[in-house]
Design a protein around this ligand. Sequence first.
Ligand code: NDP
Ligand code: MG
Length: 383
Amino acid sequence: MNQTNLLIYGATGSIGDSVLSLVRNNKDQFNIIGMTCNNNIKKLSKLSEEFNTKNIGIARFNKNINYKKYFPGKKIYFGLEEFPDLIKIKSDVIILGISGGSILNLALNIAKSGKVIGMANKECIVSLGSIIFDLAKLNKTKIVPLDSEHNSIYQLLKAYKHSYESITITASGGPFLKRKRNELRDVTIEDALAHPIWRMGKKISLDSATMINKGLELIEAKYFFDIDVNKINILIHPQAIIHGLISFHDGSVISFMSQPDMRVPISNLLFKNKRIKLNDLSLDLANIKTLNFLSVDTVKFPAVRIAREVAVLGGLAPHGFNYINDKLTNLFMKKKIGFLDIVNFNEITLNKFFSSNPNQKKPSINDIVEFNKWIDRNIYLGE
Ligand code: NDP
Ligand code: MG
């Protein structure tokens, strides 16, 4: 049988865990040619031994570490600058499972690769938007969304070729769905990271608590499906069984259901025609009994309103929303700002930028770099 050669950026994270658990149970079908981490070399060392992976990427170099001891006989690529070199090694599918928006250059290189990409990282889609999809088209790169909502829409659109009226992505509502806004002021990092449904990395868990995650996903959907923002709906669905819906002109709606587990979208990428048995994920609706739906309270979660405004503005605005969020979530994790400040300061900073600078409708990478410098100097962090 022909093996699929896989390159996994972010192998030590939560997406990496899901990919590797699928590969672990189907080892004869895959060859992992490369895997990367930021600094969790102990985990990467174990994984590279288990999967006999020859090429290793480590983003954060530490001169006090004897890397040869952890990775005997392997080729090591150090720093994000060297990560694109891994693309040159023969691979069929590349998973981009690194978190955050610091990998724009890597994402651009991946878009140029001409390979099949399993795109988990939403930050680079939000920041680069059409730049990334134009490059992919030019280079015949196939970018498949792994974000569960987008993957479900992607699967539905493949199955139903009719023209549609709108799409809907669902949101569990995160850990604070049942709290009042004034109860959110003093929430701790632990409260914010305790997602009721999904086990994910810290950044996306925090983004789910502020609902910035759903805002980023709205923008992600705009670019992935090349669709008008006002045709993308967000629906709160606490059980997270339905992930995406498509509404047709005749009022009919189709939905995609599965257990909330990232192995579902990832297996759809890795196994043709859904030829994989995932017994532990079978869906017993009689047992689940109830599926609830609510609309988003954008007063409690202004991130969703701001994301919609930013998505309509386009140009530099989505990147701004994302870049400022990366900075503010870091500050919250360091206990430098409060939970509500994450979204409030983002909106204030964006307003400050656009009141004194024009939006670049089709920003270049240089525009993005200049914008970041402005934000680094002028980000609003309270009086
Ligand atoms: P994790 O925090 O669990 O893992 C992140 C991975 O990226 C780790 O391998 C980490 O290495 C590596 N990494 C982090 N920062 C850097 C950096 N600056 N340079 C190089 N590598 C880095 O995140 P998730 O797996 O949860 O999320 C990954 C991406 O997928 C995010 O963009 C997220 O939005 C998206 N996503 C995740 C979902 C999920 O269920 N987890 C669902 C939908 C989307 P190390 O271990 O060494 O720190
Ligand atoms: Mg999602």
